[in-house]
Design a protein around this ligand. Structure first.
Ligand code: FEO
Ligand code: CA
Ligand code: CA
Length: 693
């Protein structure tokens, strides 16, 4: 048995439900997804042929969590002798010398601070927080007197995806786009009765969802970003804003409702998680845990419909927020097709406030985490996507048409239709090691790597379905069931999937899956090599000849996350006593030097969530350093990683069990006596120099 480290005990004082998540987060963010049965009960024998599995010494972290334990090695990763002075500090003198460009900063130790903690020599600033005015005339934040109208003009709740884009006409300004995944009414609103919310409280919740577009002014000396309230580009999209349903499923009978008999216009967007920015300057955002907003699944009687809803995690009677009491579209009995109008990738043009945002049906309907677009050599656009649910799948879309360059009106019109026509694929992974060597413990197989090959399986293209028994529109609307049918690989919650602009390799954050290998659930395989997987893994995918339109790929696990001292973790072969502990990878981004940056959600090692930089190439490959941590109870979202700016969205600060409006458990960012507020944080280097260099 490992000796218990006193610091480790301290870090585990706070109650959690699943991994590092509190009961409140589970309820409001995911609709308690982890407490419900796994929605994928298909017998889809994803890797019959496949798959099935480090070591070393332990890190000492500055002021940190680990205490220099040495554990037995069960795998084959040789850890080069580490500098004796490492002190767990992945920053100073090491056998490998100076840190590579982008990673030259003092790693932040795991902690439970009610603050954003950054390396020495870095400055931080809250750019905008929930309730700050965005539109002209919107009032300042006043939680005692919030109204639906004020919220609709203010920054929404629980910011997740963030983009920081060039301003079209002023080089000292930028355009910030953020989405607002979910609301936690009991922490937002005074006198909130969960069983009987008032109509105004419900309407505040609807208005606090969606997206915000905010022009910000950049201080040339410090890099500080200040919102320009009422700027012409500023915009709030809420759960009631009209969206055009576009692409091959638009107008389908499956999307028609009593309010929209044409099946072409949906109101609002819900549970927008991560996203992506297209090469033509629009922003994509994924509708994730949309099922939780709909009531009365228990009263649905048609077995086929019930099965389709269950595959997306619908359950129970009343919804948590009781929106069905205000608007019947959230009642599954009264509006059977309304849930089919959520679960899409939405596209917003931040440069054109008059352009109605779109729901892109060609990209399939599932619990979209985000969307990672890039251009193929021939100019077609490729979008990588994850379906964030235990045992769900990874997808790719390839457009039929090529992007037009330039910013002419006709190029813009053309490019804004690219995501309506193309082919949707789902991923199947095959390991190259014998199944018996993948034992679910995380021990590496004899070839020293979790790796193999894979294939993109076609689902649908325009009006053509490639799935037996499914029409094309059924593939788009019931994408999960269609992917079950073709034998896609059941993954450990695929979240962000993003291509590196430098190398073309694609990186997939697989957050965790504590159900892996339990009961009748799928067992470990080479791409998901640990049963009861608490800490997740990061997968690196290489498409043949760097061609993102290829139908095959190679893959390997870059990181098997967790405590570096534990035998079941792997850091790209880098010595594990020189890396920061990382748990529950969620979103990924790249710096200008080609390093991968990873934000975490639900750190199951007991620390606050953080943002990490990982070297990908050469002798540094696998070197992982924590750049910042977010306040207690929060999740690190965004992130934006640029040469001189790092922006993270600190989502749900203080969302710990027992927290409420009357009993706030964080005082970030406003300090003593205040409510916690989700907010966007801008981190810059002193002197506004390049980060990590
Ligand atoms: Fe909203 Fe998959 O995290
Ligand atoms: Ca292998
Ligand atoms: Ca996420």
């Amino acid at each position: 048995m490992q000796p218990q480290n006193p610091e480790r005990r301290r870090l585990q004082l706070f109650p959690s439900v699943h991994g590092g998540r509190s009961a409140l987060t589970c309820m409001y963010r995911c609709g308690d997804a982890c407490s419900h049965p796994v929605p994928n009960t298909s017998d889809n024998e994803y890797l019959g042929d496949v798959i099935a599995k480090a070591v070393s010494r332990r890190g000492l972290f500055k002021g940190g969590v680990a205490a220099g334990l040495v554990v037995g090695a069960t795998g084959a990763v040789a850890a080069p002798a580490a500098a004796a002075d490492a002190g767990g500090d992945a920053s100073s003198a090491h056998w490998w010398g100076r840190a590579p460009r982008g990673l030259d900063f003092d790693a932040v130790a795991p902690n439970r601070e009610d603050a954003v903690v950054t390396p020495e020599g870095y400055e931080q600033q809250v750019v905008i927080a929930w309730g700050d005015p965005v539109l002209a005339g919107a009032p300042e934040f006043d939680p005692e007197n919030q109204t639906p109208e004020s919220q609709a003009g203010q920054f929404g709740y629980n910011n997740d995806y963030v983009a920081l884009l060039p301003h079209p006409s002023d080089r000292h300004k930028k355009v910030l786009v953020a989405n607002h995944e979910y609301t936690t009414e009991s922490s937002m609103l005074p006198d909130y009765d969960e069983a009987a919310p008032t109509e105004d409280q419900i309407r505040i919740g609807l208005a606090a969802h969606g997206l915000s577009v905010v022009t910000v002014k950049e201080d040339r000396r410090t890099g500080a970003l200040t919102p320009v309230v009422g700027d012409g580009l500023n915009r709030r999209i809420t759960a009631e804003t009209p969206f055009v349903i576009s692409g091959p499923a638009a107008g389908s009978d499956l999307l028609k409702t009593s309010a929209d008999p044409e099946g072409e216009t949906a109101l609002g967007t819900l549970n927008n998680c991560a996203g992506g920015t297209t090469p033509w300057g629009t922003v994509l955002s994924g509708e994730e845990n949309f099922n939780q907003y709909f009531a009365n699944f228990a009263s649905v009687t048609d077995p086929e419909r019930k099965a389709a809803l269950a595959r997306y995690g619908f359950s129970g009677g009343a919804s948590a927020r009781k929106w069905e009491q205000y608007d019947t579209r959230f009642d599954l009995v009264q509006e059977p097709n309304e849930p089919n109008r959520f679960g899409w990738i939405v596209e917003l043009d931040p440069y054109d406030p008059d352009w109605a945002p779109r729901k892109r049906t060609a990209l399939g309907r599932f619990k979209h985490e985000g969307a990672g677009p890039r251009l193929a050599r021939d100019g077609r656009v490729v979008v990588y996507m994850g379906d964030d649910e235990r045992f769900d799948y990874m997808y790719k879309f390839i457009s039929k048409h090529k992007m037009k360059t330039g910013n002419s009106r006709s190029a813009r019109e053309h490019n804004r239709k690219l995501l309506d026509e193309g082919t949707l694929y789902v991923a199947k992974f095959t390991g190259d090691s014998p199944v018996e060597q993948i034992d679910g413990s995380g021990a590496l197989p004899r070839d020293g790597a979790f790796d193999g090959s894979g294939e993109w399986i076609k689902l649908a293209s325009g009006d053509r379905s490639y799935v037996d028994g499914f029409s094309a529109e059924e593939v788009y609307v019931h994408t999960r069931q269609a992917a079950d049918r073709v034998g896609a690989t059941k993954m450990d919650r695929p979240e962000d999937v993003e291509p590196s602009p430098k190398t073309g390799k694609v990186y997939v954050a697989l957050t965790n899956n504590t159900n892996r290998g339990t009961g009748s659930n799928a067992k470990a395989d080479e791409a998901n090599p640990r049963n009861a997987n608490k800490h997740g893994q990061v997968l690196e995918l290489t498409e043949r000849r760097d061609d993102p339109t290829a139908s095959t790929f190679g893959w390997n696990l870059l990181l098997v996350c967790g405590d570096p001292a534990a035998a079941d973790t792997y850091f790209g072969g880098f010595p594990k006593d020189q890396v920061s502990p990382i748990s529950c990878p969620d979103n990924v981004a790249f710096d200008p030097h080609g390093n991968l940056w990873i934000s975490t959600d639900g750190n199951a090692l007991g620390s606050n969530d953080g943002l990490f930089a990982v070297a990908l190439e050469g002798r540094y490959r696998g070197l992982t350093k924590q750049f910042l941590t977010v306040p207690i109870g929060a999740e690190t979202c965004g992130p934006v990683v640029q040469d001189k700016h790092i922006l993270v969205a600190a989502q749900h600060p203080g969302e710990l069990s027992g927290a409420s409006y009357e009993n706030p458990l964080s005082q970030w960012p406003d300090g003593p006596g205040s409510l916690p507020r989700p907010a966007i944080v801008n981190v810059t280097r002193e002197g506004f120099d390049s980060i990590g260099c």
